[in-house]
Structures are given as C-alpha cells and as structure tokens.
Design a binder for this molecule. Structure first.
Ligand code: ZN
Length: 297
C-alpha cells in the first residue's frame, strides 16, 4: 500500500518580540505579544509565504554583518528563532541561560547550519559538484574517521552535518587491519550520494525537535488533522523547507491511466519517463485508429 497524501500541516503561531534589546551577546525580549487584538486576526502567518525559509536562511547574513536593524525587524515580525535553550538531539541542554533571550552566537550557528544544509540539497539536485567538492574536500584516505566525516560543526557538537565514509577495502586481497582506512567520495556519483546521506542524517536529528500533535477534530465527517508544532521561526523555516524540498506533500498524482504515484517536482504531469512514454504511445495509437476510421478526414 502506498500513502498518497499526508494529512499534516506545519503549525507556527509566532509571538512577535515587539521590543528587543541587544546586550551581552544576547537578543533580549523586552516586550512581546500583540499590541492590538486586530493584529491577531490581521496577521499573515509567515508560512503562507512559500519563501519564508529563504528569508530565514538570509537572516544568517544579517547576523554575519551585525545588521541589528534587520535582526530586530525579523524578531518584531516573526518572534524568536526558538533557540532560547538549544538542546542536542540526545536531549542535553547546550546552553542554560535566563528565559526570553537568544544567544547571538547560537542563532548564527543554527542559521549557518540551515544555510549550508539547504545549499547542499540545491547542489545535489542540480548536480553542481564544484561546491560539494569544496565541502567534502578532495578524494582521500584517512585512518581517522572524524577528519573525513565532519562537514559542518562549530563550537558545540550540535548542530552538525556529517556523513559516514566508506572503508577502503579490496575484497580480492586479505584484509590487513593495520592498513584499514576510511575513504572519502572518489567521484561525482559517490559525492552526490554522500551529500544526500549527510542531508538525511542532519534532517533526521533536527526533526526530533518538532512534535507531531493532533490539531483539529471535525465531527462529520470525523477527521483529525495533525500538525508539526514549530517552536520558533527557525523550526518553522526548517519544516517548510523540509516539506518543499525534501519530503513533498500536497503534490499531485500521476495522470497516466492506472498509475497513482506521486509526481515529484520538477516533473509536473507524470511520475516517470515510463508513464510519460506509455501515454505518448497510447495517444499515438488512438490517433492512428482515428485516421483509419476517417481516412479522408
Ligand atoms: Zn505514473
């Protein structure tokens, strides 16, 4: 059985930080919420903007350039990133500090992680191997797995991007334990595969922070919709990107007769070349049949 649609949505109700201060390496909330009730209803949820994740990715450069004006405006519109007390995937609190503030260096690090991750997907999809080679380094061997596997890690072990290199083994000769070494991608194919595996690993770990909760229950018909609860703009952007670029939802199904496979962008009508060709042949045959019936037009 194939699951055709996922009845889940990304839920993000930002609470703007209307007054923010920048002190001692922190972005501090001095006042939050909506000043007028109307603002609540007039508010356009950021996720209705399909490019929200790109705005969040760009925010990295505002941190990089210390563009506090831009950062302040972002917090006033979208609330905090959700990195008040960042945790590692195993649940360990990475940074314990008073509430209602986000550490600037933490924000910058998570945003850079997101920037690199989203770029890796873009490069892998377009087979743009040059920047991927820059990231992975030239083909090489090492006895130390960490020197090969870590692609991104700043300061703390999390967030990180890494892959598992292969063992350099020649099965035709006896294995000499002393000579065993790890090997990085050796060609474009291996590089793109390693990039995808690194993306999957990083995405899996970040998804742990987004609980899936029942959102609405309607009685007739009885339907429960589920929502991924995003705690902050960073996680909202991450999930929006995830569903746009990694796990496609709300995509159409194949228009070929008898096929219900999902049509993954950039394809728009048929799920595969096989279905496309099949329907092309069918149309051709139908035209031919038509020609035989009315030979004189
Ligand atoms: Zn198909």
């Amino acid at each position: 059985m194939q699951i055709q649609t996922i009845a889940a949505e990304t839920v993000f109700a930002p609470i703007p930080w209307t007054k923010v201060a920048l002190e001692d390496g922190f972005i501090i909330c001095k006042e939050s919420g909506f000043s007028r009730v109307e603002d609540l209803t007039e508010l356009t949820p950021p996720l209705e903007n399909p490019h929200f994740w790109k705005e969040v990715r760009q925010l990295y450069f505002a941190f990089e350039q210390k563009d506090w004006q831009k950062i302040r405006l972002f917090y006033q519109t979208n609330g905090p990133l959700g990195l008040e007390n960042p945790r590692a995937p195993d649940g360990t609190i990475l940074d314990n500090h008073p509430p209602n503030r986000e550490r600037i260096s933490t924000c910058k690090r998570f945003l850079n992680w997101f920037r690199i991750l989203t770029l890796m997907v873009k490069w892998a999809k377009t087979r743009n191997t040059a920047p991927l080679w820059d990231l992975f380094g030239p083909p090489r061997k090492s006895k130390d797995i960490l020197t090969l596997s870590i692609l991104f890690a700043e300061e703390w072990p999390w967030p990180a991007i890494w892959y598992t290199p292969s063992l350099d083994i020649n099965w035709d000769t006896p294995i000499n334990r002393d000579e065993l070494a790890w090997i990085s991608p050796q060609n474009d194919e291996q590089l793109i595969r390693a990039a995808w595996m690194a993306v999957v690993g990083a995405v899996t770990e970040m998804l742990r922070f987004t609980p899936l909760l029942p959102m609405t229950v309607s009685e007739d018909p009885f339907v429960i919709t589920w929502g991924f609860q995003c705690n902050g703009a960073f996680f909202a952007a991450f999930l929006q990107w995830f569903f746009q670029e990694i796990a496609y939802i709300n995509v159409s199904t194949c228009q070929a007769d008898g096929c219900n496979n999902l049509v993954i962008p950039p394809r728009d009508k048929y799920c595969s070349d096989r279905c496309k060709e099949r329907m092309k042949k069918r149309r051709y045959r139908q035209r031919k049949k038509g020609d035989l019936k009315w030979p004189d037009g």
